[in-house]
Structures are given as C-alpha cells and as structure tokens.
Design a protein around this ligand. Structure first.
Ligand code: AHM
Ligand code: MG
Length: 343
C-alpha cells in the first residue's frame, strides 16, 4: 500500500493539534524556516550557473574563508526569521556575536541557532552540503526584551526542535520535536517537502565508521586502537567495518541515521576539542540521532548534557548506533576486552 501524501505544513499542523495549549507560534517558526530552506536548496542547485561558487575573500570568526553560499544561506535564514515575531535572538556559525531581532519587529519566546551551510569545503566540487538548526525556549518566557547570551548557551537536552536539510541527490529535511524523527523529501516540481520516511530509527549497530582518518597519528592511542579494531576481521563476520567519509557532517550523520555505524570528529593533539561546534552543529545532530534511538557522546558523556560557555565552542563527538558508541566509549576508558588482552 502506498503511503499517504503529507506535506510538511500539514504534518506540523497535525503535530500541533496534539498540544491543545499550543499557540501556533512554534509552527509558524517552522513554516518560515522551511521557506528559507527551499530558497537555499534552489540556490545550491543552480550555484554553478549563477556565480555563487567560490569565496567571498572574507575570513570568519573561525579563521575560515567564507564561501559565497555560506553568506547567502546565512542572509536568507536571517531574512526569513527576523520578522516573524516568534524569535528573541539568533546565533549562527557565520556571525561572531548574538544576532538580534531588529527593533521594529516584535520579539517572541523562542531562540534559534544555525549553521547556514555545513560542509563549506565541499561546495565548489558539487558534493553534498547541508543546513543545521535548533530551537530553544528563551529562559524567561515572560520577557519581551532582546534575547541574551544565556538564552543561547543552553544545554542540548533543552532543544524543543532540531533538524537539518541535506542538499544531496535530492533535498531532504529531517527534524524532531521530541516525538520521533521524520524525514521529508523535497519535490521541486510542486515546491513542497513531502513526508517520505516517518519515524526513522537508527539501527542498533552498524558496519560503517566515518572519520577523517588522515589525523590518525594525532589521535590518542585508545582511539587508534578502536579504529584498528574496526578494521580487523572478526570470526562472526561483523568486522571489518567499511569506511565512508564525506567531510560534511550533515551528510555523514544522515547516512549514519539510515545505515547505522559511527560518525566521529575526535579531538587530537593539534585540536584537543576537535572541529565541530557544540551549539549549532553537534547538539542538533545529536538530538536527531538520540531521538532516533542512537547515542551521541563526547567520548565519556552525553553531549546533550554539556553546559555551553561560548557560542562557538567546539567539542569532540562520536555519534550513531548505540552499540557502536558504547563500544567506542569502552575503548576510550581502556576497558574493551581486546585491549585488556594486550595489557
Ligand atoms: P564547516 O561548517 O565550515 O563546513 O565545517 C564543518 C565541517 C563538517 O561538516 C565536517 O564534518 C568537517 O568540517 C570536516 O572537517 P575535516 O575536513 O577536518 O575532516
Ligand atoms: Mg558546519
């Protein structure tokens, strides 16, 4: 039997009906955001034809060159979200400080953080890129003053919504509001996101690992042992694992969501905190993976429990199938049976 046809607007409205006290404010945020994502998807698809590839020659707060599409995606999201009256403050990978709501617009009780274009280094080669977002309630919902840094620096478990768009062979939008993870596929002929994969569950274990293994020599020994273990054939046929690494976190996590396994961006001797940013990259992806039945750890603890201290702080991250992440943690503690055998 074919699945029912459900647009994202309809899905959001139906979810809202489950909360009789809901004002509809949150649904309108998602509606505004999906407009921004449709525009970014369109521009990504045509970037090679419209002088949208390449660098702006500006260096951002992370010391990285801003690509034209990074800037465009940041602006589109701001312009879609600043005037809705639902947000009180935003933060983005492409802005150093808080992004305030212009004073001529009403402010609301929600906070949004985003990475407008994830996987920037892949843009010019037409490799999958994405947009990541996350929404929180402001700390004191009775206020109508501008949102503050404290409103942004909330731990990931407080996200009321998290998601991403992946601009791959098709554009998909994945999001959760704490009621499972739903995947929508964009149909460009009708301009709509349609529910294509309701209530996705990540397999409890996988057979793929995903990491920039070029940094192997800079990793701590226990992580090296884990990756060597994944590559060593086992008698039960579960190993060796396959290696897949796109270098766009959204794409690597998206594959992990469907196929299982583990995605890692660890710390190393040069960058002890790794590369990925906690607030607008790791936490939204971690929320999706966790809601789908997987796990997201910084090596010892649940990343969603980290209390942030800076908008752009980084964290090591290991996320994916729960059994794989648990086994990795065992290795990092030096407690895996194969490590003990070698002591
Ligand atoms: P970006 O937000 O500037 O694109 O950087 C983040 C990206 C992630 O998508 C990806 O996981 C990582 O950088 C890849 O880094 P590396 O090239 O070090 O493997
Ligand atoms: Mg990014």
């Amino acid at each position: 039997m074919q699945q029912k046809l459900i647009t994202i607007e309809r899905h959001i409205a139906e979810q809202q009906q489950q909360f009789p006290q809901a004002t509809g404010e949150f649904s309108r945020i998602l509606r505004d955001l999906t407009l921004a994502l449709r525009i970014i998807a369109r521009d990504v698809r045509r970037a090679g034809l419209t002088d949208l590839l390449g660098s702006t020659r500006v260096v951002n707060v992370h010391g990285e060159e801003v690509r034209k599409l990074d800037e465009l995606a940041h602006d589109v999201i701001f312009r879609a979200m600043d005037h809705g009256g639902h947000l009180c403050v935003m933060a983005s990978e492409e802005a150093e400080g808080l992004i305030h709501i212009p004073s001529n617009y009403r402010r609301g009780k929600y906070v949004m953080v985003f990475d407008p274009l994830d996987g920037s280094s892949n843009i010019d080669a037409n490799i999958t890129i994405g947009t990541i977002f996350s929404i929180y309630r402001r700390l004191d919902e009775s206020l109508d003053t501008p949102g503050t840094l404290e409103d942004i620096l909330q731990p990931g478990y407080k996200q009321v919504c998290a998601g991403y768009a992946v601009y791959g062979s098709s554009t998909q939008l994945v999001y959760t509001t704490g009621m499972g993870v739903d995947v929508f596929t964009f149909d460009p002929t009708i301009g709509e996101f349609l529910l294509s994969h309701p209530q996705v569950r990540i397999p409890p274990h996988g057979s793929i690992y995903s990491v920039n293994e070029g940094s192997f020599s800079l990793w701590e020994e226990r992580l090296q042992q884990y990756v060597e273990y994944l590559k060593t054939p086992s008698t039960d046929g579960r190993r060796p694992y396959s290696l897949r690494y796109v270098g766009t976190a959204v794409a690597d996590v998206h594959r992990t969501l469907f196929y299982g396994g583990i995605f890692m961006y660890p710390g190393n001797r040069k960058n002890p905190e790794g590369k990925l940013r906690l607030i607008y990259e790791v936490n939204p992806l971690a929320k999706i993976v966790t809601e789908a039945g997987g796990r997201a750890s910084n090596g010892c603890c649940d990343v969603l429990r980290i209390e942030p201290t800076d908008i752009h702080q980084r964290t090591p991250v290991f996320m994916g199938s729960s059994e794989d992440v648990t086994e990795l943690e065992q290795f990092l503690r030096g407690e895996h049976p194969t490590q003990r055998a070698h002591e």
